[in-house]
Every structure is written in structure tokens, then in C-alpha cells.
Design a protein around this ligand. Structure first.
Ligand code: OAK
Length: 810
């Protein structure tokens, strides 16, 4: 957009506000100011939105469609202002009007349309696609209710509905004229037409209207506005009479009513399958409708369109695209199959068995009879073709249908041309273990794309102090080319700068401490080490190991009150899936330990524990800039990548970690002196499994500190956790400690001791922090996305590339 002056902005703003509300702007609430500002900001991007989409069509630019069941964009106001290059003008204009942009921003709901890493990655990618000038759009679900709001009552997690749309959404545009019909249920018969061709005849289907709501995805200073299309389920116009009972009408509404709160965990629920097909089918139909306007030969579809599926949740795009090409566009099976494979690519985000989607045949066949036929035929042809090449044994290990179930990962791999993991270790595990059979068949389909994060949201917006420090020291080019952050390295011995870095961190810690005081009534010392673990609660992520460390530290202080260690604040943010009993027990444990420790005056504030309620994107923006230590302590081999590790590093936190996921790559960049590594490596874990030689009870019996800490779980030392303490104790001792916490305990404690020591040498610590910031550039999602574009999607930036000196990272 053209530049707007502060004066002009103020005038337009006041006018917009008073037109909307018919009273003076200075009487408005944050919510009203947010709406007024949002409405005004729309005017600033609408033209570019239209021209971006028009231009793609005019030039027949190849476009990627990123299909994801989840998006976690966070509040969009400041991000939109930043990318439109009007953040300073708006900030100053509002200030002159007596308003504060941060307060106005709080009037926006944070759309929690995702669970965790997978959803947040999708949103970083949307930002990076637009910001690197790529033609790409998101495709997902407009859930009426986002991820539940978490409350702690008596230390237990309670889930409340998250009605984020209560006050509407200024950014979305409902496009009724782009609605499509998605068909469920009924029966399908293959009939022959007059020319003798087979065609499917449907009876008794339930037809649902999918209405798109488009949300702009604004590129950083480049005039590009892409689209995030979120689908909502409705009864088709004029067909209300077909949905006579309350129950039938509810069934429609339910499809897009609520996000399933499971992270890396699969539940084979019918409604979930409905959701998956609903947005997959609607997305594919709208892509096909667009492609047909180009009037090109079908064989050119993969030259104009790439469809990417974010894990297997949208894997039904494979049979859906086949269905449309065969049944509606009358291509042959072979033609359709070539096009489908060339168009679709797939990312795997976990190797946890419990997260692998497998739908019962009966359910699929009943809900989507034609889609099931097509899957069965894909499977039949796969077997027929591969047996002569690979033999029966290997081939049967790769079938899509097995034991009465449809395996979605197998469908995604067979039906696509690319499958990638999300960090080097993760991809290697896929290739060598989890998906080895497929690797033998399709070695060229496999590739790695290490995750990334956008520094725009995670540094520029959430850490303005660090941003201006960086601007002063290395100039501003890092903002469009984050690899330039490495220039900081030259200043590693500049003690004045190191002091300034420390001062920035301290300010951020004070900001968070104020939140903790205001919201939780807990007083924390900003000079303490802020030790942060923020991620979903999962046994494999080992929040429990963190707790064991706290209990050990607590016992040591009790034993030796004069101990010379720096103060620590342990900060947790974590939601547990409502049905994940063990994870909820750990939440209760953390809260109980917090009560015990925070109120024990013997501890003299050497330990404080803060477990924030309702952790999500907005809280992450507050916590991450304030962190000194980043806890990345999953059992090696279990965390596919992690992305909070990258955000925390970029904000100068030091990583306390096992060699897992992308943390290994962080280690490679920062070097062993600037990270705390402990614990088993993936190969060690593998050996224990192979030899079945792990015995946690022996460790418990033989290690006095471990014994002391574990006994606290069951001897009444921690009030209020009687059942929980016993169950958790049993998981570690009786049931052989599935995630090897006891094995990693000693080295974890040692690493923390080293961190205590280093923190007391402020200069040393600050230098390490600075080197973490300096080495965080390669983890920009801009680079990740350029690799997807170049190597998988085969699309190129449409504008002069902002990342002028982009070089693939080693
Ligand atoms: C969620 C549902 C099903 C399968 C995987 C997930 C998921 O969120 N996985 C996470 O994806 C992130 C983005 O790739 C990774 O950083 C995390 O390690 C991974 O657990």
C-alpha cells in the first residue's frame, strides 16, 4: 500500500470508529477499538488481496495449497500491521489518540484452531509463503470452537469451551458464491451409460454445503496477499426439508463445530472422519473448479497446482482427487493416478504409533462408499504392481488395507510423490525404521525438511527490545534475511553489548513477572533463572523429568539451607488431551509441587514454580522472550522436531536438551559449549529396546537421590497427590519407566548444576545467549519454505526475492 501519514491514519481511524459505533472513540473498549482498527486495516490490503489472486490466475502461476486440519495463527492484528509496513504509524497514531496498540490488540481473540506444533508450524508456513513471495494458500476448517480453554481447579485441569467467534472475526470474508457440496453416506452403484461407460450412481446421500471463509495471509513488505480458506458446514440452500429432525440438523453443524483436542494421538471417531473428508473434499473441489477456468489439458494439473498434506489428516485428498478426475472428468484410471501422484506431497510429523491414523473399513465404507471403493482399488493395483518387483512379503507389509483397517500413512505415501520428515533425525528414523519398507520401494520420494519458525512473529513482534538491539548492532537486513543474524557473532566480546542483551532479557522477565503477579498472585524475582518448558503435556516430552529435578533441588535446599545456587523460576505451560489420564495426573502433580514449594519459607525463594493456565500462542509470545533456559528433554528419538526449541533459542535462551528432533541441528550450529546436552542418544535407546536390558527398578534401588525423590511421590511429602503420586511412581518403577527418565536423571541433574554455575558468571552466560541468537537464523521458516518450494512443490517466488542471498543451509 502507499504510505499513510500519522495524521491521515488518525483521521481515518476516528471516522471509522465513530461510523461503526456512533459514539466518541475515546469511550470505546479494547474490543471495539480492535474491531474498528481491523475494519480500517482491511481497506489497506483488500486491493492487494484481489490483485494477488487475479495475477496468479492471469499468469497461470503454479500455486501450492497447504491442507491442514489445524492452523494456530495467534492474534493477527500486529502481524498484519508489521507485514503491511504500517506498524509504527499505527502505533504512534493511536498513542496520539490516547490509545495503546498492545491494549487494542488484546481485544482480538487468539484463534486456537490447532493443538500444538503441527498447527503452529502451518501458520508459520503461511506467513513464510506470503513473505517469500510464493503463490500458496492454506486450506482448513473454520471450527466454531477452538482448542478448549484450560483452567486449574484444585490443581486439576478443567476444560472449558473456547467460543472464539463470539464477537465475529474482522479478518474473514464469507464467500457463499464459492461454496461446494460435500457428499456423505448413502449407497453407490456402478451403472453404464449409453456409450457403455461405467459411472457411479448415488442414492440416499447426505449432501452438506461447505462454505469458505477466507482469511488474508499478508506477505512482509511485498504487496502479496494470499489466502487461508477455512470451511464451514451448513445445510444447502433450499434443502432444509431434507434435514427434518433436530438430530439431523445438529449432525451438519457438528462437522465444523469443534477441534479435536488430541495432539499426536489418534482416536477413530466417526465425526473426526467426517471432518477430514469435509475439508479435503471441499478444498479439492475448489481447486478443480479453479483449474477448469484455465482451460488447460488435465495432464497439466501438476504444473499448475501442488497439494501438500500436513500429516495424514487430509490424506483423503488422494481418493477424492481420483474420484473427481475419474467420475466427473472421465479420465482413465492411469491418467488420473499419474496426475494425483504428481500433484500431492505429504509431511509426516510423528513416529509415535499411537498417532498413526487407521480407519476401520466399515466406518469408511459406510460414510464414504465411493471413496472406499477407490482406496480399495488403489490398494489392489499397488499389490498387483509391486509383488513382481519386491515379492509378497515386502509388498504385503506396505498395503493400505490390513486387518480390517485403512492405514492413512500408507495411502499418503503411495498416493504422493514426496514424503518428508521434519528434522534430520526424524527423517532418518522414517527411512531406516518406521517406513523402511516404503523407502525400499520409493527411495526418491523421501526427503527431509527441518522445521522453522518465523522471526517476524517470534522476534520482531514479541521481543521489541531484542529487535532494536539487533537493528543497532547489525543493521536491519536480518529481518528479510535471518541468516544475517550470524553477524552478531563478531560482537561476542563486546561487553557493553552483552550488558545490553542482559538488560533486554531482564525487561522481558519483568514483563512476564508482572503478568504472573497480576494473574496468579505469585511473586517471582526477575533476577532468577527463568527455566521454561512450554509444549503439550505428553509422557514422551518428559515434563515429569523436570519435576523430578525440582524435587531433587527442593530436597537439597531443605537439607542444606545455605546452599549457594542461583534462584530459579520453573515455568510450565501445557495442555493435556482431556482423555489422557496420565498427562492430567502430571498436571496435578506439577500444581501440587508448586503449592508445596512456593509456600515453603525454608526455600527462601530459591525455587518458584509457575504453571500458567491456558498456554497458547499469546502466552508463548510473553514467555519466550523472558526465558533463560529452554527445556527440550524428550526421550531421544521421540520428538519429531520441536519448534519451541527454535523460538526460545532465537530469543537468547540456552537449550537444556537431549539429542532429539531439530535440537540436534541447534547443537550443530551453536556448538557444544553453548548448549546443555544430556541423556541417552537415539542409538542407546534402540539398544536397550533390542536387548530388553532396561531395568528401572534397579536404578531406583541403587540411586539414593532417585529413591528419595520418587519416595516423595508416595510418602505424603507432597500434599494432595495420593492417587496420582502412586500411579506416577508405578509408571517409573513397577512398569519399567517407558521413557527412561530414571536412566537420564543423573546426567540431567549434572547439566543443571553446570547451568547454575554458568549463570553466576554473567558475562559467560550472556555470551552464550548471544551466540544462540546469532545462530538462530537458519531456523527461519522462510528457508524451510523455500526448500519445500524448490524441491517439492516446484514453485518460484513471484516477487523480487526478499531473501536476496538465500543459500541452502548445510
Ligand atoms: C499432531 C497430530 C498428529 C501427528 C503429529 C502431530 C504433531 O503436532 N506433531 C508435532 O509436529 C511438530 C511440527 O512438525 C513437531 O515440531 C513436533 O515434534 C511434533 O510432535
Amino acid at each position: 500500500m502507499e504510505n499513510i501519514s500519522i495524521q491521515q491514519f488518525k483521521k481515518e481511524y476516528v471516522k471509522k470508529f465513530e461510523q461503526l459505533y456512533a459514539y466518541r472513540y475515546d469511550e470505546g473498549s479494547s474490543r471495539e477499538h480492535f474491531v474498528a482498527l481491523g475494519e480500517l486495516v482491511r481497506n489497506y490490503y483488500m486491493n492487494n488481496w484481489k490483485s494477488t489472486i487475479d495475477e496468479y490466475k492471469e499468469k497461470e502461476t503454479k500455486q501450492v495449497f497447504y491442507f491442514s486440519m489445524e492452523f494456530l495463527p495467534g492474534r493477527m492484528l500486529k502481524s498484519n500491521l508489521l507485514n503491511l509496513d504500517i506498524l509504527p504509524v499505527v502505533e504512534e497514531g493511536l498513542r496520539e489518540l490516547g490509545l495503546d496498540l498492545d491494549e487494542v490488540s488484546m481485544g482480538e481473540a487468539d484463534p486456537a484452531l490447532g493443538n500444538g506444533g503441527l498447527g503452529r508450524l502451518a501458520s508459520c508456513f503461511m506467513d513464510s509463503i506470503a513473505s517469500t513471495g510464493l503463490a500458496g494458500h492454506g486450506n482448513g476448517i473454520r471450527y466454531q470452537y477452538g482448542l478448549f480453554k484450560q483452567k486449574f481447579i484444585d490443581g486439576y485441569q478443567v476444560e472449558l469451551p473456547e467460543n472464539w467467534l463470539r464477537n465475529g472475526n474482522v479478518w474473514e470474508v464469507r464467500k457463499e458464491n464459492k461454496a461446494v457440496i460435500v457428499r456423505f453416506g448413502g449407497q453407490v452403484y456402478m451403472d453404464t451409460d449409453e456409450e457403455g461407460n461405467l459411472y457411479p450412481r448415488y442414492e440416499n446421500t447426505k449432501n452438506i454445503l461447505a462454505v469458505p471463509y477466507d482469511v488474508p495471509q499478508i506477505g512482509y513488505h511485498n504487496g502479496i496477499v494470499n489466502n487461508l480458506r477455512l470451511w464451514s458446514a451448513e445445510i444447502p440452500y433450499g434443502e432444509e426439508y431434507l434435514f427434518r429432525t433436530e438430530e439431523e440438523r445438529d449432525e451438519v453443524k457438528q462437522i465444523t463445530e469443534v477441534l479435536y483436542p488430541d495432539d499426536s494421538n489418534y482416536e477413530g471417531r466417526l465425526l473426526r472422519l467426517r471432518q477430514e473428508y469435509f475439508f479435503s473434499s471441499a478444498g479439492v473441489q475448489s481447486i478443480i473448479r479453479y483449474f477448469k477456468t484455465l482451460d488447460e489439458d488435465w495432464s497439466l494439473l501438476p504444473d499448475k497446482i501442488a497439494i501438500h498434506i500436513n500429516d495424514t489428516h487430509p490424506a483423503l485428498v488422494v481418493p477424492e482427487l481420483m474420484r473427481i478426475l475419474i467420475d466427473e472428468e472421465e479420465l482413465t484410471w492411469d491418467q488420473a493416478w499419474e496426475i494425483t501422484k504428481k500433484t500431492i506431497s505429504y509431511t509426516n510429523h510423528t513416529i509415535l504409533q499411537e498417532a498413526m491414523e487407521r480407519w476401520p473399513i466399515d466406518m469408511l465404507e459406510h460414510l464414504l462408499p465411493r471413496i472406499y471403493h477407490i482406496i480399495a482399488e488403489i490398494n489392489r493395483r499397488h499389490i498387483e504392481k509391486k509383488i513382481p518387483l519386491y515379492g509378497e512379503e515386502l509388498t504385503y507389509r506396505t498395503t493400505i488395507i490390513e486387518d480390517g483397517q485403512v492405514k492413512m500413512a500408507n495411502l499418503a505415501i503411495i498416493g504422493s510423490h514426496s514424503i518428508n520428515g521434519v528434522a534430520k533425525l526424524h527423517t532418518n528414523i522414517l527411512i531406516n525404521e518406521t517406513l523402511h519398507d516404503f523407502y525400499l520401494m520409493y527411495p526418491n520420494k523421501f526427503n527431509n525438511k527441518t522445521n522453522g519458525i518465523t522471526q517476524r512473529r517470534w522476534v520482531q513482534l514479541s521481543n521489541p527490545g531484542l529487535t532494536s538491539l539487533l537493528d543497532d548492532v547489525i543493521g536491519t537486513d536480518w529481518k528479510s534475511n535471518p541468516e544475517e543474524l550470524i553477524l552478531l557473532k563478531a560482537h561476542v566480546d563486546n561487553s557493553e553489548l552483552l550488558n545490553r542483551l542482559e538488560a533486554v532479557k531482564l525487561e522481558n522477565k519483568k514483563r512476564f513477572a508482572k503478568y504472573v503477579k497480576d494473574e496468579m498472585g505469585i511473586e517471582i524475582d526477575p533476577n532468577a533463572i527463568f527455566d521454561v518448558q512450554i509444549k503439550r503435556l505428553h509422557a514422551y516430552k518428559r515434563q515429569l523429568l523436570n519435576v523430578l529435578h525440582i524435587l531433587d533441588r527442593y530436597s537439597q535446599i531443605k537439607e542444606n539451607p545455605d546452599i549457594d545456587i542461583p534462584k530459579r523460576v520453573f515455568i510450565f505451560g501445557a495442555k493435556a488431551a482431556p482423555s489422557y489420564h496420565y498427562a492430567k495426573q502430571i498436571i496435578k502433580l506439577i500444581n501440587a509441587v508448586a503449592d508445596l514449594v512456593n509456600n515453603d519459607t525454608d526455600i527462601k525463594d530459591l525455587i518458584k514454580i509457575v504453571f500458567v493456565e491456558n498456554y497458547g500462542v499469546s502466552l508463548a509470545e510473553l514467555i519466550i522472550p523472558a526465558a533463560d533456559i529452554s527445556e527440550q528433554i524428550s526421550l531421544a528419538g521421540k520428538e519429531a522436531s520441536g519448534t519451541s526449541n527454535m523460538k526460545l533459542m532465537a530469543n537468547g535462551a540456552l537449550t537444556m536438551a537431549t539429542m532429539d528432533g531439530a535440537t540436534i541441528e541447534i547443537y550443530d550450529y551453536v556448538g557444544k559449549e553453548n548448549i546443555y546436552i544430556f541423556g541417552l542418544k537415539n542409538n542407546d535407546v534402540k539398544k536397550y529396546h533390542q536387548n530388553q536390558s532396561y531395568n528401572s527398578r534397579n536404578i531406583y534401588e541403587g540411586n539414593a537421590s532417585i529413591k528419595r525423590v520418587l519416595n516423595m511421590l508416595v510418602d505424603g511429602s507432597i500434599p494432595g497427590i495420593y492417587h496420582e503420586g502412586q500411579d506416577i511412581f508405578n509408571s517409573l518403577v513397577k512398569f519399567n519407566d517407558e521413557y527412561f527418565l530414571l536412566k537420564d536423571f543423573d546426567s540431567y541433574i549434572q547439566a543443571h548444576k553446570q547451568a547454575d554455575k554458568d549463570y553466576q558468571d554473567r558475562e559467560k552466560w550472556n555470551r552464550m545467549a548471544l551466540l544462540n541468537v546469532a545462530n538462530s537464523g537458519p531456523f527461519s521458516s522462510d528457508y524451510t519454505i523455500l526448500r519445500y518450494a524448490d524441491e517439492i512443490w516446484k514453485i518460484e517466488p513471484q516477487v523480487e526475492n526478499l531473501i536476496s542471498s538465500y543459500t541452502p543451509v548445510k
